[in-house]
Ligand binder design. Structure first.
Ligand SMILES: [Zn+2]
Length: 229
C-alpha cells in the first residue's frame, strides 16, 4: 500500500472490464476486507471490488516470481506483486464501499449498526431475504443465513417488522460465530442447509426448503422450531 502500482489483466475475461487501463500507474491507497469482498482503493477515488466466490485466490509474491497459467489481475509494486487467480467478480467503481452494509466478520461485529441497517428497509420484507442483502449487512451467504436462523430458532419467512431487535441480534451473533469458526478451520456444522426432508437435529421434524426473495435463493428451515408465528 502507498505505492504506485503497474496493473495488468492478462486473462481475457478480466481485460474486458478495462480495469488495467483505468488503474495502471495509480497509487494503491488502501486494501480492506468487507464481508467476502476485498476492496482496493486507488488514488482518484476509484475502488476495485474483488469477490472470490468459491474458486478465486489472491497471492502476494516477490516481484517477477515465476508463475504458471493466466492470472486475472497482477498489481506490481517495487518489491512485490499481488496476483489474482480466477477472480470471478472484479468490479471497478467509485461507490463500491458505500454500497455495502456493516461487516459481519468485523471483530467485534457492530451489532447495533447491523440492526439499524436492517431496520432501514421495509418492515414487510422477509427476514431470510433481508439477511442476504449485502447493502444491509455485508458477508452473510446463503449457507450461514440458513444455519444462523436455525440456531436462533427464527423462521426465514418472518417479516422484519415482526422480529425484535433482540432477535435480530441473536441471529447476527450466531452468523458471526459460525462464520468465524468456519474461517478458523473448524469442521463446518450444517444443521439445515441442503438437509431438506432430513430430521431436524434439535426436534426431529422434517427440514423444509423453498426459494426465497427476488434471487430465489433456497431457504432451509425447521417448521417446528422455527415457526412462522
Ligand atoms: Zn426443529
Amino acid at each position: 500500500m502507498g505505492e504506485r502500482v503497474a496493473v495488468e489483466t492478462p486473462h481475457p475475461r478480466a481485460a474486458a472490464g478495462h480495469v488495467a487501463e483505468r488503474l495502471d500507474g495509480r497509487r494503491l491507497e488502501a486494501v480492506e476486507a468487507v464481508g467476502k469482498n476485498l476492496l482496493l482503493s486507488f488514488e482518484g477515488g476509484l475502488v476495485l471490488r474483488s469477490h472470490l466466490r468459491m474458486s478465486g485466490r489472491w497471492q502476494v509474491v516477490e516481484r517477477g516470481s515465476a508463475r504458471r497459467g493466466t492470472p486475472w489481475l497482477v498489481l506490481t509494486g517495487s518489491e512485490r506483486e499481488a496476483v489474482l487467480w480466477n477472480g470471478p467478480v472484479l468490479e471497478l467503481s467509485a461507490r463500491a464501499a458505500r454500497r455495502l452494509g456493516p461487516d459481519i466478520l468485523a471483530s467485534p461485529p457492530d451489532l447495533p449498526a447491523m440492526v439499524a441497517s436492517l431496520r432501514r428497509g421495509p418492515g414487510g420484507r422477509e427476514l431470510g431475504d433481508a439477511l442476504l442483502d449485502q447493502r444491509l449487512v455485508a458477508g452473510i451467504g446463503n449457507v450461514w443465513k440458513a444455519e444462523a436462523l436455525w440456531q436462533a430458532e427464527l423462521s426465514p419467512w418472518l417479516r422484519l417488522g415482526d422480529v425484535s431487535d433482540e432477535e435480530l441480534e441473536r441471529i447476527l451473533v450466531e452468523a458471526a460465530r459460525l462464520m468465524r469458526a468456519s474461517l478458523e478451520g473448524g469442521r463446518p456444522v450444517r444443521s439445515v442447509y441442503r438437509k431438506a426432508g432430513r430430521p431436524c437435529p434439535r426436534c426431529g421434524a422434517a427440514i423444509r426448503s423453498r426459494g426465497q426473495g427476488d434471487d430465489n435463493r433456497t431457504a432451509y428451515w425447521c417448521p417446528s422450531c422455527q415457526p412462522e408465528r
